[in-house]
Design a protein around this ligand. Structure first.
Ligand code: PGA
Length: 244
């Protein structure tokens, strides 16, 4: 269960979140829990989460370790700040910041080389779903990006299926729609990496996950967890989601 805070919260607000959140998930041992705040809040989040089961992640990284790349942040920097996860290829990055399947692959390789655990996002836009292209889009994103990873590397990533039309819109995919897309993705894992990798792959659903719809989504055996935006900003809501 991963929270994507996007461009929200200051370090002080980060600390306040963890003060409220950690007691609510102290007994939650059934899943991994991650919070991905903005870069500048990573040290505060790491400090606040110390000794808990909650891992901290970044929301992006650049694929070079260091250099003259003004404004960028590298995998080793993120790791040294105490984070262990990193979200890659979020649709907002694809939409607003020029992310492509090729750059998703570069970032994923760099994250793995740095020792971070990537959460790699894929998902179709509304017009693509309405045109019946969902499977084709997911296939293109998979084959044009993460399918180039070695089998060993692939086993270290988490995939997030995030239909773009469901992100921040309150329009959640039905559990059946999400499960269909997850089946498509799992079939791609099997085709590229074999049945064992398919069974082991962790595929999260993301897009308007809330305390009142998480149970239905998680009832689908295909759905292994959730990547949560808006509802991860409030400690009690995200705790309810973790403890679905
Ligand atoms: P949302 O965002 O839960 O606010 O829809 C999900 C995401 O973008 O990861």
């Amino acid at each position: 269960m991963a929270g994507n805070w996007k461009m929200y919260k200051t370090p002080a607000e980060t600390k306040a979140f963890f003060d409220a959140f950690l007691p609510l998930v102290a007994e939650s041992k059934h899943c991994d829990i991650a919070i991905c705040p903005p870069f500048v809040n990573i040290p505060a989040a790491v400090e606040a989460a110390r000794g808990s089961r909650v891992g901290i992640g970044a929301q992006n990284l650049y694929w070079k370790n260091e250099g003259a790349f003004t404004g960028e942040i590298s995998g080793p920097m993120i790791l040294s700040a105490g984070a262990e996860w990193v979200i890659i290829g979020h649709s907002e990055r694809r939409q607003f910041f020029g992310e492509t399947d090729a750059t998703v692959l570069e970032r994923t390789k760099a994250a793995l080389a740095a020792g971070l655990k990537p959460i790699v996002c894929v998902g179709e836009r509304l017009e693509e779903r309405e045109a019946g292209q969902t499977d084709a889009v997911l296939t293109a994103q998979f084959q044009g990006g993460i399918a180039a990873l070695s089998a060993g590397d692939f086993g270290r990533i988490v995939i997030a299926y995030e239909p773009v039309w469901a992100i921040g819109t309150g329009k959640v995919a039905t559990p059946e729609m999400a499960a269909d897309a997850h089946r498509t993705l799992r079939a791609l894992v099997i085709a590229n990496y074999g049945a064992e990798a398919g069974a082991a792959a962790r595929i999260l659903y993301g897009g308007s996950v809330k305390p009142d719809n998480v149970k239905g989504l998680m009832a689908q055996p295909e759905i292994d967890g959730a990547l949560v935006g808006g509802a991860s900003l409030k400690a009690s809501d995200f705790a309810s989601i973790v403890n679905f």
